[in-house]
Each structure stands twice: as C-alpha cells, then as structure tokens.
Design a protein around this ligand. Sequence first.
Ligand code: PLP
Length: 401
Amino acid sequence: MATTVSPTSSAKISDRLRRIEPSLTLTIVAEGAKLKAQGHDLVDFGAGEPHFSTPRHIKDAAIEAINKDFTKYTNVAGIPPLREAIVKRHATDFGSDYTAGECTVSTGGKLALFEAIQVVVDHGDEVIVPVPYWVSFKDIVQYAAGTPVYVECNEKSNFKLTPEMVERAITPRTRAMIINTPNNPSGAVLAEDEFRQIAQIAFDRGIYLICDECYVYFNYAHAPFSAGGFTQFKDRTIVIGSFSKTYSMTGWRMGYSLAPQAVATEIQKLQSQATSSSAAMVQKAALAAVTGPQDCVGEFKAEYMKLREIAVKGLREIPGITCTKPDGAFYVYPNVTRYFGKAGIKSAADISKRLLHEAHVVTVPGEGFGTEEHIRLSYAVKEEDLRRGLQRMKDWFAQLA
Ligand code: PLP
C-alpha cells in the first residue's frame, strides 16, 4: 500500500486518505458545539438536521426491539421485512420495481452513497457532479480514485441542471453522475421530465445515474418523484435513500440503496467487510417508519414550507443579499458577495466565521459546496429561532454596510 509521511507527525497515512478532507459541515457543527459548551447562546443554521423529534411510534418500535432482545447481528443487507417494506414503499410512492434483494439497508444514506461509489467508480473514472454539490460527493469520489467533473449550475436559473449541461460534460471516461434533487445546498429541484431526459442520456451512454434522494419527500414544486420510477433505465440507476430527513432520524443512522442486482450484490459484499449491518433495533424502528402512518412526513413538509417563506423574506430584507427561492429540501443559499471587501471580508468563509463569533449564528460557507459566493442556512429550526437568527444577521450585516 502506498503511504506518505506527514511532515508534522510520524504517522504513516495512506494516499487514499490524503485525497479527502474532513466534512466541512461536521467541522462547523463541532465548532458551534464548542461555543455552546462555553455558554454562548447560538442560533444554529449549520447542521442539516430536522428540529422535530423522531415520531413516537418509531421510537417505540426500537424500544420494543431492545426489550425483546432484538440486539444481535442481522443479515448484512438488512432484515428481510425491512428490505421488503422499503421496496414496497418506494414502489407505492414512486412506481419503482425493485426486489428486496436489490435493496441494501445501510448505516445512513451517506454510507449507501459511499458504498455505491466504491462499487462503480475505478481509478481515473470521471464522475459528473453538479455545482453546488453536497459536501461529501467530491471526497467520496476522490476516495474511490475517481475524478469529479464539475458542472456549474447557474444561480440566475435557480441552480437548475439541464440535460444539455450534462451532455456537454460527458467524455469517454465518464462512469457516473450524481444527481441530488431536491438539492443540498441550493434547494434546486429538477422537473420530472428534465430528470427523465438526464436518465435517458445516462442510460444511452452506459453511465450510472446515482440519485441521492435524501430530500425526495420535501419537494415543494412538484409531486415527489424518483429516478427509481424510470424503470426502463433501472440497469444504470442507483437510488440512495435516507431516513434521516424524511422521518427526522438523523442520529439513528439509517439509509439504503436500491440498485440493479449485480451492483447490489457488490454493495453487500463491501458492507460485509465494513459495518456488517445496521444496528438491529434501528432496523426495527425503520420498519415502523416505512410501514406506519406517513402523516409526519406531510406535517414536516408543511412546516418547512412555512419556514422557507420566513427565511427567504428575512434574507432578502438584508441590503445587498440576494436569495433564490428554493423549491425543495430545507436550505437557503444566499449570495453574499456584496459584502466582500467590507471590513476585511474576503470570502464567504470569512462571513461564516465572523457570523459565528460576532453574531453567534452558525452558517456554512459556500466553499464547502463548490461556490465561493454563498453561505448556506438550514431553516429546519424552530420558527422563533429562525426569526431570532435572521434578526442577528440583519444587525450584523447592517454594521458592516
Ligand atoms: N445526501 C445529502 C444530499 C445530504 O444532505 C445528507 C445529509 O445531510 C446525506 C446524503 C446523508 O444522510 P444520512 O444522514 O442518511 O447519512
């Protein structure tokens, strides 16, 4: 194994690890937690984490599982009833036709994505990544020794990716593309027809379409749909799903992939050498989530739509800040370049840092998502916190002007 020696320590670190960086969002969450521990009253727009409690029936299912000693290893790909329930829910909601064997339950959507990319991307392969992108796409591709090929989405068109943009980015080395709709951080949403055209391009060129549908149920512009519903392209489609946002289960670490059998088998092989499986009682909680009442999802969505209005209005009231209205997920991605050059500010990272330390508002700078002009705010917070944080931002930007 190739190793390099860090100039500052004697630790030998593999080249693979040198290709990646720590997750910026998780680093910022940790910095915010440190300030909170010191007693500062922070308003936290940093973490992409629903503020709702996990619904009662889901928690009860985990407690019952523990009390019934459902605490042992399970099948690598997940307990059969859960895999069957996931594919059934997906088929009901989106018209997909996966078998339970094509579903791999994983410890969070992030692991599902990590595994899928390790399975299909080889050294030197190109992977199309629309910008702005979720922080981990780039690093996961690089860990697999792939090369991210960035496609800049235009802010003036609400960060929308088009089939033409995808077409232009394809080369003979393109192995996969990662599409995240609704998008973190921009909130952009693809229309079903455009997405189908992109899936068609991927299929025709023999490219994997890796579809991160972590926010699939939080689509405010269209009825939710999934690339998994384009069954004619199934051989080249990999769906990444997550329970984190849909059911407010971030800390439970529960996600899944849906992939053609040949790919799913390899994902399961990789998982068998990594985590073995997700935690047994969490799988029971997930089973309750997908088979139980779905009202919570609609309630979360209605609340996010209300919070979105407040967030966009509040940010647009700050002179010089422009903010596209997101069509999905629970983030706003305002452009803050008008403040560059004021009071020593050079970048979005400077703004986020100073907002944290001077206004006690946590945001994430756009640099982590591939753009230098923006900061990201998660509005999955209580309304009073959203209003309080926006007021702090307004006051802070006002003293710079
Ligand atoms: N994909 C996107 C776009 C996300 O925003 C996140 C979490 O923020 C994930 C995947 C990972 O979700 P999970 O908590 O299921 O690992």
